[in-house]
Structure formats: structure tokens, C-alpha cells
Design a protein around this ligand. Structure first.
Ligand code: NAD
Length: 267
């Protein structure tokens, strides 16, 4: 593993436009379960996955009832409350790489806002964020604190409405079957086409269209794609990534960044 960490550090220092792609695996060391790892939520409870598929049709059918169910606790949330979770060494290592001017963008599937809490400056939340609401009509995002949900409920004024265009708001989190918001999707694809190094951390690469991003980058040829994951993925097996560093993101990413720092000083 030490050889591969050194190789990754050299590749990163030679790159001119690096982007990171992250998934639920980078947050397991912050105490948030992933979906498809050996202790994942879907792995242990396949019915929870089936339930999650019903949420988007329920919202589009009747946003008012969807919000009432959420506020009265009738909606089951497979991840549970996330407010307690703090960024771990993996999130912080990526922020350090960004501060060095090497990492230009972090594109995450995670909805836990831990990259934001860690201080990531250029972040694309491909599946949205738990800490925002989004208007499906105009993509405007709002912090939930802006709204008094108890008052809206008491006055029978649910759902909360967009402050720009007055359409119903939903959680910014992209539900199963919901299209990826076009602003985030377009910018993510542009970054995948532009980068000359892609550092992929903690994703099974099983969820589409996110898993297309490394494939889009690979089509360009002149790109290094490095995976850091606890287990091989389809990207490893199909040769989309150049190599896999098999281990914990909270240990491997800081080790890579330590070496990058040394290599930069020597230059
Ligand atoms: P996934 O559950 O499909 O895969 C996670 C991968 O990370 C697995 O291959 C697992 O072996 C690996 N892993 C787990 N802990 C690791 C660690 N410490 N170091 C290295 N690797 C580790 O996750 P995914 O690919 O992100 O897809 C799941 C979808 O569910 C995402 O789209 C995401 O939106 C959502 N999700 C988000 C969160 C979160 O926000 N934290 C948590 C669960 C699911």
C-alpha cells in the first residue's frame, strides 16, 4: 500500500487540474453508515431501499402530504439525524489539497454536508444536501432555518414555497427517480471533461448517473484516475481507474496529502 500512496502523491503533484469524487464511504468514519458496504443500510435492510424509492412519487403527487408526513415523523429516514456528525481526517485532507491549489473541485454524492463543514470551497453536491431546500421549478436553494415549519403547519400553509418563484420546495436531497438538478449535473460533467486527475474516494460506483463521471473522464484518455476504497468496484474491475488503494479514506487520504506536501516543498 505504501508504494501506491507514494505513486498517488507523485501523480497528484504532477497534475494541473485535479478533481475529487466522493461517496458514502468517506463519511463512515464520521459515524454515518453507507448503503452498500458490508455494514451498509441497504445491505442489512433491503426493505429500507424499497421504501426510499417511494419518496419522489409521493412528493410529486402531493407536496403538502409529503411535508406533513415529514414534520410528524411518519416518514422513515434511513440515515437518521446527522447533526451530530463531524468531518473526519479524509474530508480534512481533501480541504488541505484544495488549499494547496491542487484540488480544484470536490464532487460528492453525499448529502451529509460534511465536506461543507470541513471547509471545502468549491463543492458540487451531486445528490443535494440535507441542510438545504430546493425549488424543483427554478433550482433556488434555501437554508431550512429561513422557514418556520411549525407555523406553516399550524396555519395550514404547507408546503413551504420558493422565495423566488413561489413553487413548492422539497429537500435538496435528490430522491430515487428524481433527475439530478441540471445546474449541478452540467458543472460536474464539465469538471470530469476538464480534469487531468480524478481522485475517487469511498464510493461503490454503483449509482448512476454519478458513476458515469469517471467514465466520461476516461474517454478523454490523458487522465489519471485513482480510487481509494475499502473494496474493489466496477471502476477497478473494468480498468476505468488506473489503480485502487485499498484501505480507509480517513487513513489513506491524509497519508497521500502528507507526501504531496513534502514533494511540493522539494520542488
Ligand atoms: P455506497 O454505500 O454504495 O458505497 C460505499 C463504498 O465505500 C463501499 O464500496 C464501501 O466498501 C466503501 N467504504 C465504506 N467505508 C469506507 C472507508 N472508511 N474507507 C474507504 N472505503 C469505505 O455509497 P455511494 O457509492 O456513495 O452510493 C450511495 C448513495 O447513497 C449515494 O448516492 C449517496 O447519496 C447516498 N448516501 C449518502 C450518505 C452520506 O451522505 N453520508 C450515506 C449513505 C448513502
Amino acid at each position: 500500500m505504501a508504494d501506491l500512496i507514494a505513486r498517488a502523491a507523485r501523480d497528484i503533484v504532477r497534475s494541473s487540474y485535479a478533481v475529487a469524487l466522493t461517496g458514502a464511504g468517506i463519511s463512515t468514519e464520521s459515524g454515518i453508515a453507507d448503503f452498500r458496504g458490508p455494514s451498509g443500510i441497504w445491505t442489512k435492510n433491503p426493505e429500507a431501499e424499497a421504501q426510499a424509492y417511494r419518496s419522489y412519487p409521493e412528493f410529486t403527487r402531493d407536496p403538502k402530504i409529503w411535508w406533513q408526513n415529514l414534520l410528524t415523523g411518519k416518514t422513515h429516514d434511513p440515515l437518521g439525524p446527522l447533526d451530530h456528525a463531524r468531518p473526519n481526517a479524509g474530508h480534512l485532507a481533501l480541504v488541505e489539497l484544495e488549499k494547496m491549489g491542487i484540488l480544484k473541485t470536490t464532487i460528492t454524492q453525499n448529502i451529509d454536508a460534511l465536506h461543507e463543514k470541513a471547509g471545502c470551497a468549491h463543492l458540487l453536491e451531486f445528490h443535494g444536501s440535507r441542510s438545504k431546500l430546493r425549488c424543483l421549478a427554478c433550482n433556488a436553494r434555501f437554508r431550512p432555518e429561513v422557514f418556520d415549519f411549525q407555523k406553516l403547519q399550524k396555519e395550514d400553509r404547507l408546503p413551504p414555497r420558493c422565495l423566488e418563484c413561489n413553487e413548492p420546495l422539497k429537500s435538496d436531497v435528490v430522491f430515487f427517480g428524481e433527475p439530478i438538478p441540471d445546474d449541478v449535473a452540467e458543472e460536474s460533467y464539465a469538471e470530469a471533461l476538464r480534469c487531468d486527475l480524478m481522485l475517487i474516494a469511498g464510493t461503490s460506483a454503483a449509482v448512476y448517473p454519478f458513476a458515469n463521471l469517471p467514465r466520461v473522464a476516461r474517454q478523454r484518455g490523458a487522465v489519471k484516475i485513482i480510487e481509494v476504497n475499502a473494496e474493489p468496484t466496477p471502476l477497478t474491475q473494468e480498468g476505468i481507474s488506473d489503480y485502487l488503494i485499498q484501505g480507509k479514506t480517513g487513513e489513506v487520504l491524509p497519508a497521500i496529502v502528507d507526501l504531496v506536501r513534502e514533494l511540493k516543498i522539494d520542488r
